[in-house]
Structure formats: structure tokens, C-alpha cells
Design a protein around this ligand. Structure first.
Ligand SMILES: Nc1ncnc2c1ncn2[C@@H]1O[C@H](COP(=O)(O)OP(=O)(O)O)[C@@H](O)[C@H]1O
Ligand SMILES: [Mg+2]
Length: 216
């Protein structure tokens, strides 16, 4: 029986996911609600080991199908060893990326197809769909300019993909949000970080009937 709630942040490179998840965690802490933050790929010891394989190296390091399976393997480890135990413990789980990223990056933008991924998702991850997904949307040129400034060349394998790949990610995410309105809320991520945070707090409060205050 899972009692906690599961919130994911999605979006392209440099959208502000890592920035926003920290602020959201602060807002939960200020309200004395027990929440953990985690990320994909990674989040658990096994997941982080697989992360190193997928986020570094040349863009063509993996065949896209192999890459999809690596992401799914990392996710299974993460889910079993960290997310499910936390939810069962009544904790809220705030996760930087989840299955939507595999669906969009590999399924759509790398064209491996989404039916088999969805099938695998249902078999491996049944009953663990996020309760709310916040899609941070912005033009890829803006996000990539941010990641250039941020640095972290060691984990830039996806950032190095050409601009058409990033455009296809954005279109894919927006379309997924359009067909999944009950779960996915789109947030304008071109705004300054405080405004994006305020929009996220509004969405979380509305979805769960909370009264979180924005972290300052
Ligand atoms: N709303 C924002 N406006 C301008 N810069 C931002 C904003 N949010 C985050 N940044 C900066 O942009 C870079 C990428 O943000 P980050 O949170 O790491 O994005 P992501 O995790 O989605 O790749 C970081 O250097 C961060 O400080
Ligand atoms: Mg990040």
C-alpha cells in the first residue's frame, strides 16, 4: 500500500528541473511535510551506476534501443530500492525526470517507438504512475544557452544532440501534456526561477489541496 504522493518534473535540457526541485523541497520542508528529492537516471546506487553509462560519452555511444533498456533498468532499480519504500513510508517523492523522459527522448525523439516502451512500463512499473507531473517548457535555444553557462561537460551527452532533436523533445512533451491533462501541468519555464517556483507551488496546492508557501 503506497501512501505518499509522487511528483515528477520533466522537460528538456536546462529547463530548470534541478533548480525547481530544490525549491519545491524547501517549500515542503517549511510546511513540515516529509518529502524526499531524487533524480533519474540515477537516484539509487544501481541507478547512479547506470547513469554514468548513459549521460556521458559520445552521442552515438548506444544504440537507441539499448539506451532505452538502460534507462528502464536504472528506473526499476530506483523504483524498487528508493521510490516505493519512500511512498510506503508515507513520504512524498519529488523526482527529477521519470518515465516520460524515456517515452519522449527515446520513444519519440530517437524514434524507437512508444508501444513497446509503454508495455514494458506497465509490466515493470504498474501502479507507480506519478500523481502529478510538472512539465517545464521553454524553447530549446534558451535551455541550451543555460546549460552552456552551467557547464558540466561530463554529463553533456544529450545536450550535444543537434537542435532538431531538442525541438522534437519539446514538441513531444507538449503533445504528451495535451493528451494527459489530468496528470501533466505545463509551466512556462522562460520566466525567472522565482516565478516558475510560484507557478509550481500553485499547481501542487491545487492538485493536492495543500497550502504550501513559495520558498524564498
Ligand atoms: N528560471 C531560470 N532563469 C534563468 N536561469 C535559470 C533558471 N532556472 C535555472 N537556471 C539556470 O540554468 C541552468 C540550468 O538549470 P537546471 O536547473 O540545472 O536545469 P535542468 O536540471 O532542467 O537541466 C543552471 O545554471 C541554473 O542555475
Ligand atoms: Mg538537472
Amino acid at each position: 500500500m503506497l501512501n505518499g504522493r509522487f511528483i515528477t518534473l520533466e522537460g528538456g535540457e536546462g529547463a530548470g528541473k534541478s533548480t525547481q526541485i530544490k525549491l519545491l523541497a524547501q517549500a515542503f520542508a517549511a510546511a513540515s511535510i516529509n518529502a524526499i528529492t531524487t533524480r533519474e537516471p540515477g537516484g539509487s546506487a544501481g541507478g547512479e551506476a547506470i547513469r554514468n553509462l548513459v549521460v556521458s560519452g559520445t552521442t552515438d555511444r548506444w544504440n537507441p534501443t539499448t539506451e532505452s533498456l538502460l534507462f528502464m533498468a536504472a528506473r526499476f532499480d530506483h523504483l524498487e530500492t528508493k521510490i516505493k519504500p519512500a511512498l510506503a513510508n508515507g513520504q512524498w517523492v519529488l523526482c527529477d525526470r521519470f518515465y516520460d523522459s524515456t517515452y519522449i527522448y527515446q520513444g519519440i525523439a530517437k524514434n524507437v517507438g512508444t508501444d513497446w516502451l509503454d508495455q514494458l512500463y506497465r509490466q515493470l512499473f504498474a501502479n507507480t504512475a506519478p500523481d502529478l507531473t510538472l512539465l517545464l517548457d521553454l524553447p530549446p535555444s534558451v535551455g541550451l544557452a543555460r546549460t552552456d553557462k552551467r557547464g558540466n561537460v561530463a554529463e553533456s551527452r544529450f545536450e550535444q544532440m543537434d537542435i532538431s532533436f531538442h525541438e522534437s523533445l519539446r514538441a513531444g512533451f507538449l503533445n504528451l501534456a495535451k493528451v494527459t491533462p489530468a496528470r501533466i501541468q505545463t509551466v512556462d519555464a522562460t520566466q525567472d526561477a522565482a516565478s516558475v517556483h510560484a507557478a509550481i507551488i500553485d499547481a501542487v496546492n491545487a492538485r493536492f489541496g495543500l497550502a504550501l508557501k513559495p520558498a524564498s
